[in-house]
Design a protein around this ligand. Structure first.
Ligand code: ZN
Length: 501
């Protein structure tokens, strides 16, 4: 195979997998046919193709061309790993589709339990639902263990002793170094987090931080107190208006298709697919009412515009094969976190000032909770990777790490389910930091109401045009800032104290 043939087939393969995944998540297909897609590409993922590509890379001195080819090589290795893992993933989805709980006299499919907990106003019923969810998670555990083992065994054949080694090679960073950079995020926010979150939980539930389960974090995060500000039928016009205000109207990006239908079997978590950026971009969302919908649509919209304004003349490696997801998550996070800004709530969402102040501070506390949860997840995932086969240790470590950093008790049964593959949790954390830096740059350049300026949108479009050719840290450096500088993010959290008033 020539390099051009390899690249063309990689795009076809990845688009076909994404399409299966999207149709299944959207409830348009009962099961994704991952395995039959994979079977159509045996020649692409043969030893011969890998040897050919490795030879080409060795003979290429030009750094940009090398970067492109290396991305293709990682995609080939992942394709080989997927011949082992996709059959197990299909089994997990099949088994999960048959799971439901009868807790509280309701029949709830497995994947809907978290959103039902978020909407349940009875404290004890939430506990019962969470316990039922944990019990069902355990039924999936043996398959998830198989999946982890299969992926690691396949990677070992290419000389990667751990999943961390593989991710570090692909993403070109050291996770230990990055984990150290997250320490100030915790240190500088712990006092404030404990004080404000304790106060909030005492008033809402009569409970102390440290004495409350993760079910109630789901309920608190849903923000039912603010649901009337964001009714489901207004979700699309409200969010479209918010994007149009920045100079990113959906009408001018017809390649973004929004599927907001409430179909049975549709997964409740919003997502974005760009199998052929910039021509084909999909947002999938299942509106249920409330702030979570707004957050979801703003986040996925951030991804969607990034992909939709990617320069079509870029090669596929730079349109569709990122080394990490940190860059795209940076744009998604920038938009997702707008509701934490009272000025945005007031001037874009037309929320009265007093309510905007309160809702913004509440959203900001939610952001800090999630940030601490993701630092915990990332540090647990690194520890997991050292001893992936020690189930008892990992269960205990999971529950302890999550509890230590969030103050909520996490059920040990979620030890393997609550992990993001490929250290995606670290991509999110990199994006958390970079998006605050980008926001600081926007405020400096366009003023504290940058989100009302079309010029800000034009500036973002210039960044979007580079597709995934660069990563979050390079974006930050192009703005004259230092990569992984946590200070802009730490400064944002000062606004949380408004909740104490
Ligand atoms: Zn995202």
């Amino acid at each position: 195979m020539t390099y051009e043939e390899i690249l063309k087939q990689l795009e076809e393969y990845r688009a076909a997998l994404a399409s299966e995944d999207r149709l299944a998540r959207a409830g348009l297909k009962a099961r994704p046919a991952f395995v039959s897609v994979r079977e159509r590409f045996t020649e692409l993922f043969s030893q011969e193709t890998i040897v050919t590509l490795r030879g080409l890379i060795e003979r290429t001195a030009q750094p940009k061309k090398r970067d492109q080819m290396e991305r293709s090589l990682f995609a080939l290795l992942e394709g080989v790993v997927e011949s082992e893992t996709l059959p197990i993933e299909e089994k997990i989805l099949q088994k999960a589709a048959g799971l439901e709980t009868g807790a509280n006299g309701l029949k709830i499919p497995y994947y809907d339990i978290a959103s039902v907990i978020a909407q349940e106003d009875d404290f004890e019923k939430r506990n019962a639902l969470r316990a039922a969810q944990a019990a069902l998670a355990e039924e999936l555990t043996p398959l998830r263990v198989d999946l982890e083992h299969a992926a690691r065994q396949a990677l070992a054949k290419f000389g990667f002793g751990t999943a961390r080694e593989y991710s570090e090679a692909k993403k070109r960073l050291r996770y230990e170094t990055f984990l150290q950079k997250t320490i100030p995020l915790l240190q500088e926010t712990t006092g404030m987090y404990r004080r404000v979150m304790s106060d909030v939980l005492r008033r809402a539930y009569g409970k102390e931080l440290g004495d409350i389960g993760s079910a109630h974090a789901l309920h608190w995060r849903a923000g039912n107190e603010f649901a009337h500000l964001f009714p489901p039928e207004k979700l699309i016009p409200l969010c479209s208006g918010a994007f149009a205000t920045i100079g990113l109207p959906f009408e001018q990006a017809p390649q973004i298709r929004i599927d907001a239908e409430a179909r049975p079997g549709k997964h409740p978590r919003a997502c974005c697919y760009a199998p052929h950026a910039p021509e084909e971009v999909h947002i999938i969302i299942k509106p249920q009412g409330g702030y979570e919908d707004v957050r979801g649509l703003l986040h996925e919209g951030g991804h969607a515009f990034h992909f939709a304004y990617t320069d079509p003349s870029l090669p596929y490696e730079w349109r569709g094969m990122p080394r990490s997801h940190a860059l795209s998550e940076t744009f998604a996070a920038l938009i997702e976190h707008l509701p934490e800004n009272p000025l945005w709530l007031e001037h874009v969402m037309r929320v009265p000032k007093a309510a905007a102040d309160r809702a913004g501070a509440w959203a900001l506390l939610g952001n800090l909770f999630m940030l601490r949860r993701y630092v915990a997840k990332f540090s647990y995932e690194l520890a997991f990777d050292e001893k992936p086969y020690d189930i008892a240790r990992n269960k205990e470590l999971y529950a302890k790490t999550l509890r230590d950093l969030t103050g909520f008790s996490y059920e040990p049964e979620f030890w393997i389910e609550d992990m993001d593959s490929g250290f995606y949790s670290a991509d999110y954390l990199r994006a958390w930091i970079a998006s605050s830096q980008l926001e600081e740059h926007l405020v400096r350049t366009f003023g504290d109401r940058w989100f009302l300026k079309r010029d800000a949108g034009a500036f973002l479009k210039e960044l979007f045009a580079k597709g995934v050719s660069w990563d979050a840290e390079e974006l930050v450096q192009s703005l004259g800032m230092t990569a992984w500088d946590p200070l802009p993010l730490i400064r944002k959290f000062d606004g949380i104290s408004r909740l104490l008033r």
